[in-house]
Write a protein that binds this ligand. Structure first.
Ligand SMILES: *Cc1c(COP(=O)(O)O)cnc(C)c1O
Ligand SMILES: [Zn+2]
Length: 417
């Protein structure tokens, strides 16, 4: 497969053996290391600095992912009419100081992306890239959101999608896939087994591969969330960005975005990154804490989107936390459910468990002193809670049921605290 690239791509580097490849090579991962040889796309920052749009020019552009076309690794066709990805709100937390002891806390709301999660930033790149290569079928395995996002993005521009999901995928995400017209296979097994099956099918049939990490262009899409945060904060410094971590691509993308703009002089320092994992599935946290090689973890958590026993982008994620001088933290399922309730009732944000996990991690980091009160923090809300009503119900319980009779109502009426 010929790989078309954006104008400022210099080449790529394997995160495992560190071999640098030139722009001319045509593979998705390092041929020496196989599919664990994840590539990091390299840019010609000198050339990019000379040609990149000014801050003022940026302000004229529509607020969506394509405003960053100079910084992307794929060629962007102006004629391509995709769903509106990115350009999401950055809210200043209303209750932050009183309730949880932060002077300045922002919430980046990725739940408003067209298919309801941050995964759209990667999937829209995948379908645009597939289209530019003349591919007709895109495929992936996913814990849910990557799949539903790929399916929606593919439908929009007339590509077919084939999707493999593990048994545990929540019903909302499965229904979403079917509504988008995807060919869906629910695999008897965990995410790891699902991934292996999809990998073989993709290789055999030559479909465009949107598997997390393996395709290096996806992180380049996800990094745009960092650019947006920088722009929305008026290029001011921030101290921490908090994100929940499964495969590690979102975290790696964040780092890459901050790194790019730091290298290009649009940011004076890279914020510290806090990677949040669920206690029931925390291979990256464990590797960091024990300073030992990554071990396969069980996938025992309510947060399905970060239930990843074998993270595909472990190296990039661990590097991102280390190079940003950040930290890792774990949270319990109960803390995740509590955070769901808190985010909903104090901020008006309905988050799925993997997304609430980031908020739970943020609170724990504040309590344990990892993050201090005066530091400026952004937490990523990565996925919309509407897709997983069962988990939401676990967080908040049942509604009160009454007869259609005002007298009976009046007897029970009391304003909630
Ligand atoms: C995928 C996902 C994450 C984690 O992203 P990774 O790249 O797998 O680390 C977090 N939250 C939500 C809602 C997700 O869908
Ligand atoms: Zn390699």
């Amino acid at each position: 497969m010929k790989i078309k690239l954006g104008p400022y791509v210099r080449g790529s580097q394997c995160v495992q053996c560190e071999t640098v490849y030139s722009r001319e090579v045509s593979f998705m991962h390092c041929p020496q290391c196989g599919d664990t040889g994840i590539l990091d796309i390299l840019y010609d920052y000198d050339l990019l600095r000379q040609n990149m749009p000014t801050v003022e020019t940026m302000q004229q552009r529509p607020f969506n992912i394509w405003r960053y076309k100079e910084w992307l690794s794929i060629p962007v066709l102006d004629s391509l009419s995709t769903l509106h990805v990115g350009g999401t709100p950055l809210y200043r937390s209303s209750a932050s100081l009183k309730k949880w002891g932060f002077e300045t806390l922002y919430i980046k709301d990725e739940g408003v992306n067209p298919t309801g999660s941050l995964k759209d930033r990667a999937s829209v790149i995948a379908v645009a890239h597939a289209k530019s290569l003349g591919q007709e079928v895109v495929a992936c395995s996913s814990t849910g959101n990557a799949a539903s996002s790929l399916a929606g993005q593919a439908a929009r521009i007339g590509l077919k999608s084939v999707i493999f999901v593990p048994e545990r995928a929540p019903i909302g995400k499965l229904n979403q896939l079917l509504v988008y017209g995807s060919q869906v296979y629910k695999v008897r097994g965990n995410y790891q087994a699902t991934y292996a099956l999809s990998h073989e099918a993709i290789k055999t049939y030559g479909w465009y591969d949107r598997n997390a990490a393996v395709n290096p262009h996806l992180v380049e899409g996800k990094k745009t969330v960092a650019y947006e945060i920088i722009e929305q904060l008026g290029h001011r410094d921030l101290d921490w960005v908090v994100v929940s971590v499964g495969d590690g691509c979102t975290l790696a993308g964040l780092y890459k975005g901050f790194y790019d703009w730091y290298k290009l002089g649009r940011l004076s320092r890279i914020p510290k990154l806090l990677g949040v994992q669920s206690e029931g599935c925390a291979p990256l946290y464990q590797a960091w804490k024990t300073k030992k090689p990554l071990e396969v973890a069980e996938e025992n958590t309510i947060a399905d989107s970060i239930a990843v026993g074998v993270p595909r982008n472990a190296r990039k994620a661990l590097n991102a936390v280390e190079q940003s001088h950040g930290a890792w933290i774990t949270v319990t399922d109960q803390a995740i459910l509590d955070a769901t309730k808190t985010l909903g009732s104090h901020e008006g944000i309905f988050a799925e468990p993997a997304s609430s996990a980031a908020f739970a991690g943020l609170l724990k980091a504040r309590e344990t002193g990892i993050i201090s009160r005066a530091e400026t923090v952004v937490v990523l809300h990565t996925g919309n809670g509407l897709k997983d009503p069962e988990s939401a119900r676990k967080a908040v319980g049942d509604v009160t049921q009454i007869e259609a009779d005002f007298k009976a109502f009046k007897k029970t009426w009391k304003m909630k605290e």
